[in-house]
Design a protein around this ligand. Structure first.
Ligand code: 13P
Length: 248
């Protein structure tokens, strides 16, 4: 693995004024950080945040991309459009999109493909619901979700990022224990190893109530290469604490 990667997922939060304050504070703290850092922002703020991160080590990301290339798809945003705004990363298959927008495994895999073909690194989210965990299906669920992406993307799979986000841990304050995270990450790592000759290129992020207080022990796990951070990415001090934890 190269440097750990910490990505903020702002979800549907922010405003022109709040974004300036948040991004400027994060950028100001980056000189003390060696981990790679990115923020995935709502689409209307891409141009603003592109300008705010210019010349810094903070990378720009998006939260979704269309499966279509262009054309009559009202409301959709294409990978090529994202690329025009300097987007480096794009989250695909977040559980909130799988749940609220009924995104299928095939769609998620196609979104990853669109991102890759525009030169954008897809951050592919996988994760089980509480019911699936309680039924002992965690491993099967995450493997099936990742398998769909591997199937569609072939050897390009070495260019993706994978985020394990247990649905029951997102926004709940209930984090997976370091052992629980490591167990699933080890499963995903071996699946990636079997799929590419360059598994070391694929960062495996943990997401789900990761915060300034618990980042250290999660990031200390051998197969946790970084984090996908929701709520704690909206506070510069917390986001920077996580970035520093990843820089040790
Ligand atoms: P929280 O960190 O708010 O739990 O959100 C995690 C997440 O969904 C990141 O994509």
């Amino acid at each position: 693995m190269s440097q750990p990667l910490i990505v903020g997922n702002w979800k549907m939060n922010g405003s022109l004024a709040a974004n300036v304050e948040l991004v400027q504070a994060v950028v100001a703290g980056l000189p003390r950080v060696t981990a790679r850092a990115a923020v995935c922002v709502p689409t209307p703020y891409l141009a603003q945040v592109q300008a705010l991160v210019a010349g810094s080590a903070l990378c720009l990301g998006a939260q979704d991309v269309s499966v279509q290339q262009s054309g009559a798809y009202t409301g959709e945003v294409s990978a090529d459009m994202l690329r025009e705004f300097g987007v480096r990363y794009c989250i695909v298959g977040h559980s909130e999109r799988r749940q609220y927008h009924r995104e299928s495994e095939v769609e998620v895999a196609l979104k990853a493909k669109r991102a890759l073909s525009a030169g954008i690194t897809p951050i592919v989210c996988v994760g089980e619901s509480l019911a699936q965990r309680q039924a002992g299906e965690t491993e099967a669920v995450v493997k099936r979700q990742l398998a769909a992406v591997i199937h569609e993307n072939g050897h390009c799979i070495s260019e993706i990022v994978v985020a394990y986000e247990p649905v029951w841990a997102i926004g709940t304050g209930q984090t997976a224990t370091p052992d629980q995270a490591q167990q699933v990450h080890a499963v995903l790592r071996s699946q990636i190893r079997a799929a590419t000759a360059h598994p070391e290129r694929v960062a495996l992020l943990y997401g789900g109530s990761m915060n300034a207080a618990n980042a250290d022990e999660l990031l200390a796990q051998p197969d946790v290469d970084g984090g996908l951070i929701g709520g704690a990415a909206l506070k510069a001090a917390d986001f920077l604490t996580i970035l520093r934890a990843a820089s040790r």
